[in-house]
Design a binder for this molecule. Structure first.
Ligand code: GAP
Length: 480
């Protein structure tokens, strides 16, 4: 992991953003728990997404489907047969790698050494292998021909490339064997939306084009799970499927691409840290697919996928369930299975993006200051409230300001330690504003307000604190 990512992991644990899951037992690989600050951050992101997608579009409905679904769902969706990753083992270290990622890593290393032509040649081979009939064999051949060594051991001693299904399965009821009662933890939330297409259509007055959105957990038995919360076995997705008339999908696809890129900037991500990545290998059911990538501390990686999925999912559910998944268009008197444009963003990857974007180390008066420069709208705590000292009525006045602010915002009251230390703690939590009650406050009803980013202070009237926070959130712009 990169040094910055290490610092983010350690700050996350120290300040209560993210803990390893079941920490007292040594953790469980690729699963994490969100702490007091992390859960606030997560809630702010989900409500921002919900407002942007559901509340601001009168033609998008929200649902919350069960994690456990009828097992035929996953046969219809293709996940039972084809939700596989091509894996290869280093026989010496016994470490397992995803074959395509191993080759991608090799390409990145070639580029970093300035060997652009060679990198381009291997890239072409990778694309060919990903499209090959026998993808496993083709990927294996690239690894062997290019003499790609294991990143951890340096060995060149590989097994064949084999396919591993990524779904977690379990059994319903008391009998825990056989295929009859096998069910799966959903590997994506999307299928909960597809199987509810008729229910939502029948219970609302929506007409095509319209969307269904949901936020929920998904599970994948990722073989290579690392890089903190980037690739987890239990994670959360925020997905929206937009149902459109066949033939119009590309115009909707382009419109959603634009809106989704803007959303990332609206939560405080600099445009220079975001880019598009067009899929080299389209899934057999897709007619277009782009990822939004963010420049994480470990490099450019996908945070969101935007896919044009044709009528594949609804048609397959129609075939497997025997239930019609059609839409009748009044004007044209036409009946058709709608096409789908999907936007699918990982909540945890969004959190890692926000932590990475916010993490800043600065030198202040010879000391290191660590500050999380979150957009105030998504910062876990909006304001710290302090009495300068614990006497002369200052705590009572500060408590009163705190409780007024709490009617609208999450705040943090702190009276322990020096004010300088209290500011630093709030900087690490990413709290944009701190109000301090001092001796003058009791005379003229003013407080100081300190800005997290510039560290500048001004005096304002005590009764303006609430309004000050609202205006600050609305007008904030990142300055560096
Ligand atoms: N319904 C489409 C779908 O699931 P995907 O590209 O497999 O598409 C969408 O996943 C998003 O879910 C990704 O862009 C990523 O942000 C997130 N995601 C996928 N696998 C993940 C994992 N193992 N850990 C964390 N987030 C993951």
């Amino acid at each position: 992991m990169s040094k910055v990512l290490d610092s983010i992991v350690s700050l996350s644990k120290r300040r209560g953003f993210i803990f390893p899951s079941s920490d007292i037992y040594g953790g469980l690989a690729a699963t994490y728990d969100y702490g007091p600050l992390g859960v606030e951050l997560k809630r702010n992101v989900t409500s921002h997404w919900w407002r942007a997608m559901v509340n601001r579009h009168d033609n998008i409905e929200g649902i919350d489907a069960a994690i456990l679904m009828h097992p035929t769902t996953w046969k219809a969706s293709g996940h039972v047969d084809a939700f596989n990753d091509p894996m290869i083992d280093d026989k010496q270290s016994k470490i397992r790698y995803r074959a395509d990622q191993l080759i991608e890593g090799h390409i990145v290393r070639l580029r970093s050494k300035g060997k652009e032509d060679e990198a381009n040649r291997v890239q072409e081979r990778l694309v060919e292998a990903l499209h090959a009939e026998d993808m496993s064999k083709a990927l294996y051949n690239v690894i062997i021909d290019e003499e790609i060594r294991a990143p951890d051991s340096g060995a060149f001693d590989w097994t064949d490339v084999r396919e591993f299904n990524l779904m977690f399965s379990t059994h319903v009821g008391a009998v825990s064997s056989g295929e009859d009662n096998r069910i799966y933890l959903r590997p994506e939330t999307a299928q909960g939306i597809f199987v509810n297409f008729n229910n939502v259509l029948d219970s609302t007055r929506q007409q095509i084009p319209f969307g269904i959105a949901q936020i929920g957990k998904a599970f994948r038995n990722e073989i290579v799970a690392r890089q903190f919360i980037f690739r987890m076995r239990e994670f959360e997705q925020m997905e929206m499927q937009y149902f459109v008339k066949p033939g119009t999908q590309m115009e909707h696809f382009e419109a959603w691409r634009e809106k989704r890129m803007q959303w990332h900037q609206d939560i405080g991500i600099r445009a220079s840290k975001l880019r598009w990545h067009e899929h080299e290998k389209l899934a057999h059911y897709a007619d277009a697919a782009y990822d939004i990538q963010y420049e994480y501390p470990m490099g450019w990686q996908e945070v969101e996928g935007i896919h044009s999925r044709t009528d594949y999912d609804l048609a397959r559910h129609q075939e497997f369930s025997g239930k019609k998944m059609e839409y009748f268009e009044q004007e044209s008197r036409e009946r058709f299975i709608p096409y789908v444009v999907e936007t699918s963003v990982g909540l945890d990857r969004t959190i890692l993006m926000l932590l990475s974007e916010a993490y800043t180390e600065e030198e202040v008066g010879g000391d290191k200051r660590t500050v999380m420069k979150f957009h105030p709208a998504i910062a876990p705590i909006k304001a710290g409230v302090f009495p300068l000292v614990r006497k002369d009525g200052m705590p009572e006045t500060a408590r009163k300001i705190d409780s007024d602010l709490r009617t609208e915002f999450n705040t943090f009251y702190d009276e322990k330690g020096s004010v300088g230390k209290r500011y630093r703690r709030m900087d690490e939590a990413g709290t944009p504003l701190c109000f301090t009650v001092d001796g003058q406050s009791l005379e003229d009803q003013t407080v100081t307000v300190r800005d997290r980013d510039s560290m500048s202070q001004e005096r304002i009237s005590m009764d303006r604190c609430l309004e000050y926070v609202s205006n600050y959130i609305r007008n904030w712009k990142r300055t560096d």
